[in-house]
Design a protein around this ligand. Structure first.
Ligand code: S3P
Length: 429
């Protein structure tokens, strides 16, 4: 278990970095490449542990996938080309892998078992198992399918109309993957819009999907064809340096190639509302919009974050909490109970770890309240195996009085293997 000693920034953050590929889009590029017909080439793929888990699961399903740095080549043979795996499908720490793959496997006429690490073993699966069973899949697992390991005996599926009880792109995507294989037209109705990478990628691979406000319709029996995908940089990774440059005095940083899909840009709205100095320098609107961002340090003020914006920044709440400790006034985060079922219970881990650094922060039932302005001090803190908690604490060390010792720092490789290199390159004078 890596223990890393981190110290306060000795001056402003300067320079530019290219943000590594988006995790959500990287996962989906392999999944769609595997179920489409033909050769899919993916560039700027995120070589994080989560996405490597997705590659390895599809290799166990008989799909030929080669990767060399950030380039991945997938030889898709269509849905019918997937084969019954001889081994357990190990998803590691990746919730996206297990939830989305369940939707694919639900319609395959073979048996498979999925499991992951100790964090995955605590995360709820009924949210996908329930609707997939309704469509006709035979799924079992610990606690009647609520927890891993889960085993799936795929079946012919029938379309359903499903109102999502929680705003979750993972659940939506899982049902859409099953819907692609079902008889009839499946409808998913979202309570609040969530990231739409699956919908965009279905179109990119030649499929038909119809989005009508918060209702999404997909007809089964479609054949997808291979496509080339260039993965944009992950705004959820960029968020750590957007915040770092906002809170370390006199910083000015450029982040290149950041994905700016509107279902993911809640962090940009929050930064602007809090008085941060962030601008889009150059953007283009491909199948996923991207742009270069400039961020400069500024005086920040507290804000309230709640309602429909939450799914647009759900993964950024840990780093937003740190940002709020450096703002004047109070920040209130509400409607975010989903944080409790992420890689860790992120209400508890954010609040407890930031308290160790001296922050004035309290947990609530569905979020947290942060009173800005309390000076942060060095301490021994822990990622608890959660990549985003680890990165948030590493960024916090840039403004603490005294060294921060970060336990379990290795978790960061789940989504951002080059994080410390990038931090070093921006902090070296
Ligand atoms: C993801 C969706 C989100 C997010 C996760 C990735 C995806 O989860 O937190 O990191 O790729 O679909 P939920 O949709 O379950 O909120």
């Amino acid at each position: 278990m890596d223990r890393k000693q981190l110290k306060r920034a000795s001056g402003p953050l300067t320079g530019e970095i290219a943000i590594p590929g988006d995790k959500s889009i990287s996962h989906r590029s392999v999944m769609f490449g595997a179920i489409a017909e033909g050769k899919t080439t993916v560039t700027n793929f995120l070589m994080g542990e989560d996405c490597l888990s997705t590659i390895s699961c599809f290799q166990k399903l008989g799909v030929s996938i080669q990767h060399d740095n950030e380039k991945v080549i997938i030889e898709g043979k269509g849905l019918d080309g997937l084969q019954e795996p001889m081994e357990l499908l190990d998803v590691g720490n990746s919730g996206t892998t297990i939830r989305l793959m369940s939707g694919i496997l639900a319609g395959r006429d073979f048996h498979s078992t999925l499991a992951g690490d100790s964090s995955i073993a605590k995360r709820p699966m009924t949210r996908v198992v329930g609707p997939l069973r309704e469509m006709g899949a035979k799924i079992d697992g610990r606690s009647n399918g609520e927890f891993t390991p889960i085993s799936i005996r795929g079946n012919s599926l029938k379309a359903i109309s499903y109102k999502l009880p929680v705003a979750s792109a993972q659940v939506k995507s899982s049902i859409l993957f099953a819907g692609l294989q079902a008889e009839g037209t499946t409808t998913v109705i979202e309570p609040v819009s969530t990231r739409d990478h699956t919908e965009r990628m279905i179109k990119r691979f030649g499929g038909n999907i119809n989005v009508d406000g918060k209702s999404i319709h997909i007809t089964g029996g479609q054949r997808l064809t291979a496509a080339d995908i260039h993965v944009p940089g992950d705004i959820s990774s960029a968020a750590f340096f957007l915040v770092a440059a906002s809170i370390v005095p006199d910083s000015s940083v450029i982040l290149k190639n950041v994905g700016l899909n509107p279902t993911r840009t809640g962090i940009m709205d929050v930064l602007t509302n809090m008085g941060a100095n962030v601008s889009i320098l150059d953007s283009n609107d491909e199948f996923e919009p991207t742009g270069d961002l400039r961020i400069e340090a500024s005086t920040l003020k507290g804000t309230t974050i709640d309602g429909e914006i939450i799914p647009r920044l759900i993964d950024e709440i840990p780093i937003i909490a740190l940002l709020a400790t450096q703002a004047e006034g109070t920040t209130i985060i509400k409607d975010a109970e989903e944080l409790k079922v992420k890689e860790t219970n992120r209400i508890d881990t954010v609040v407890n770890e930031l308290k160790k650094l001296g922050a004035n922060i309290e947990a609530t039932e569905d979020g947290m309240i942060i009173h800005g302005g309390a000076p942060l001090k060095g301490a021994v803190v822990d990622s608890h195996g959660d990549h985003r908690i680890g990165m948030m604490l590493a960024v916090a060390s840039l403004v603490t009085d005294g060294a921060v010792i970060l336990e379990n720092a290795e978790a960061i490789a789940v989504s951002y293997p080059s994080f410390f290199e990038h931090m070093e390159s921006l902090t070296k004078q």
